[in-house]
Design a protein around this ligand. Structure first.
Ligand code: NFS
Length: 671
């Protein structure tokens, strides 16, 4: 049966993307959107029912009670496939974290070019977590010792990854009882691959407990290290004005798009792009200068620290090249489509790979090493500038939206009380009083099999109406940015009354952009600090909070979801389920899905569910939040009690006669 070709409006809600998809169609060029239409997913593999782990298969289990050649049941096969995906996702994030730790070590020892320790306060705070002496030492000494400690975590053979000590005490006890406190991520990933080899671990629950352990080595290990070190080297994010969408590309400048994940590269390109020598070089080439923008998580890294605009999220990587205005797309690791090279050949764009780990046939490889970082970044920019003269027709959609990213957990703490009394108290109190009903973290990828940005923004908008404070990272955050949800107090009229009061009082957008995907660890830290602040129980699973990845597609997303569950969160994924099986054909195939939900909830208080319908996602999110509120003995959610303080109240008051106004404000009648 031929698959229906979707219209651009069915493929994306983003008007800039729609324009580019129409243009691609006119040019007869394929994109991930059209390839997804032309290539139906395998309904055996996508539901976790195919085992290709040995040469006796692949075994496709499509009938009731069927097993693989070795006798493996569907539950074992689904669990094994999921464990492998989570191991791959954990490996990707954590290898990024390892590189960051190596960079910190090199910076501390003066072996790099162009990097410094930007955030000494964070360095001291992080080091103090591990009892590294800080008084009387220069930052480089502290950084050297912290880098050694962090580097040692990745390959730690025995014992516990030290970063897990930052979790709430009760949580650590649960992990200890379950035997899932991770050793180094290298060991956990190797063990995941070992256990899932033919003829090894065959008990689905036992396999899945190793998925938990591996993901924890990522969330409370590699990823948390990545975030810490990025902040130390490049600065802890604080609110800054930025822009997002393809309209940030410029007709009269050399456009360089950085795409991938590790800020070591992108930060240096930012520095090089501001070098007078490079600007002059661009002018000599006939351009006004170099215009830098980002795609995917590397976009988030430089957006939240320097306000460098984001050209878009995952599905914008091809669309940006289609504009014909990109001289170079500079990539490092993760989420880079191989299709970029073939597409770039149709235009003048150079795809420049930079990581020793990632090469793409047909791309230009300029390898990036910390000891020559600034020089390499300048070489890359000169290559882009030299390519400006080859630019042909351009078609840049005039669509961009402003946003304010940069809500690190340190800033959230600060914004709620200033430096005078920085604290999570106001946030906890707002939840306790019911002004904020609960918190939702809406994160993760774009997936061309769903309508780009639709699930993210629909779920976000609906939860905001119900007074749920939303925090976002990754491509989900860029989706909200493009729609204007991250723009200061704009759009607050579409937000529930209690949340509106809080946003007005604190002066924040109702959706807080907290960074890239490795920065989901910032959310773990916020949740931990909320627990420590008091009033919302003594562990993360008691907080009225839910994590959602409505358009997930990467294995990294599965790793994130799993460490959030292990940390006590209810996590909802949209799209398809890799453990759904085909219930109409195999009635016993939902054992694993049931275990991820009920089984994990009994142990960890968190659960993982795959829910394709956005309204069902919203219902389940609100149901969970309300249940957690009731369990804590908090007041029932009643929005009508709020909405008349803050700015809204001031406007109302101004309309009152003076005496009534004084009475309303001071509680005493005018004399
Ligand atoms: Ni996250 Fe970042 Fe985007 Fe998905 Fe890819 S960029 S690490 S994996 S697609 S959110």
């Amino acid at each position: 049966m031929a698959k229906k070709k979707r219209t651009p409006e069915e493929q994306t809600i983003d008007p800039a993307a729609q324009q580019m998809l129409i243009y691609a169609d006119e040019l007869g060029i394929s994109t991930a959107f059209t390839r997804a239409d032309n290539l139906a997913p395998c309904n055996i593999g996508s539901t976790g029912m195919c085992c290709k782990l040995c040469g006796m298969g692949p075994c496709r289990l499509t009938k009731e009670g069927q097993t693989g050649v070795c006798g493996a049941t569907i539950d074992t096969i689904q669990a094994r496939n999921l464990v492998r995906a989570i191991a791959a996702g954990s490996a990707a994030h954590s290898d990024h974290g390892r590189d960051m730790a190596f960079t910190l070590k090199a910076v501390a020892n003066g072996e790099t070019e162009g990097y410094t320790i930007r955030d000494v306060a964070k360095l001291r705070n992080v080091a103090a977590n591990y009892d590294i002496p800080i008084e009387g030492r220069v930052p480089e000494e502290i950084a050297d010792e912290l880098a050694d400690l962090y580097i040692s975590q990745f390959g730690q053979q025995r014992g516990e990854v030290i970063v897990t000590k930052r979790a709430p005490e009760k949580r650590q006890k649960i992990w200890a009882e379950q035997g899932v406190i991770p050793r180094g991520v290298d060991r956990e990933v190797v063990e995941a691959l070992h256990r899932t080899h033919i003829g090894d671990d065959q008990d689905p629950e036992h396999l899945l407990s190793h998925a938990i352990r591996t993901s924890l080595a990522d969330g409370w290990g590699g990823s948390m290290i990545a975030t810490d070190v990025s902040d130390i080297l490049f600065g802890t994010p604080a609110p800054i004005l930025g822009e997002a969408n393809l309209g940030v590309l410029k007709d009269d400048m050399v456009n360089v798009v950085v795409h991938g994940h590790e800020p070591t590269l992108s930060q240096m390109i930012v520095a090089a792009s501001q070098d007078p020598e490079i600007i002059e070089y661009a002018k000599e080439a006939g351009a006004k200068g170099v215009n830098l923008s980002g795609i995917c998580c590397t976009a988030n890294e430089i957006l939240m620290r320097q306000g460098i605009p984001a050209a878009g999220n995952f599905l914008h990587q091809e669309l940006s090249i289609l504009t014909g205005s990109v001289e170079a797309m500079v990539v490092d690791v993760q989420c880079i489509m191989q299709a970029l090279v073939g597409l770039a050949e149709k235009f003048h764009t150079k795809i420049i790979t930079t990581s020793p780990k990632v090469k793409i046939k047909g791309a230009t490889h300029i390898e990036f090493h910390e000891e020559r970082a600034l020089s390499t970044a300048k070489d890359i920019l000169r290559t882009a500038i030299d390519n400006y003269q080859n630019r042909g027709t351009t078609k840049i959609p005039n669509i961009r939206e402003k946003l304010i990213p940069g809500f690190s957990h340190e800033y959230i703490n600060y914004m709620l009380g200033g430096s005078y009394r920085a604290s999570f108290r106001p946030l906890n109190d707002a939840i306790i009083s019911g002004r904020i009903r609960g918190v939702a973290a809406i994160v993760g990828c774009n997936n061309p099999r769903s309508k780009q940005d639709y699930l993210h923004t629909y779920v976000t908008a609906e939860l905001l109406k119900k007074d749920v404070l939303v925090v976002e990272t990754g491509c989900g955050a860029i989706a909200s940015a493009k729609l204007g949800f991250l723009l200061g107090e704009a759009g607050l009229e579409k937000v529930g009354p209690g949340l509106q009061e809080v946003c007005e009082t604190v002066g924040i957008p109702p959706v807080l952009h907290m960074g890239s995907c490795v920065d989901n660890t910032r959310i773990l830290t916020v949740l931990t600090q909320m627990v420590e602040e008091g009033g919302l129980g003594d562990d993360i699973d008691q907080i009225p909070a839910v994590g959602l990845a409505p358009e997930w597609m990467s294995e990294k997303a599965l790793a994130i979801g799993t460490y959030c569950v292990a940390s006590g969160a209810y996590v909802i994924f949209g799209g398809s389920s890799p453990v759904s099986g085909m219930p109409d054909k195999v009635s016993d195939s939902d054992e694993v899905a049931r275990y991820l939900s009920q089984g994990w909830e009994e142990i960890y208080g968190g659960k993982l569910e795959f829910i394709p319908d956005p309204d069902e996602m919203i219902r389940k999110t609100l149901g969970h939040i309300d249940k957690k509120r009731a369990d804590l003995g908090l007041s029932e959610y009643k929005p009508e009690r709020f909405g008349r303080s803050g700015d809204a109240r001031m406007v109302e008051l101004e309309e009152l006669p003076l005496s009534a106004r004084r009475e309303a404000i001071y509680g005493v009648a005018a004399d």
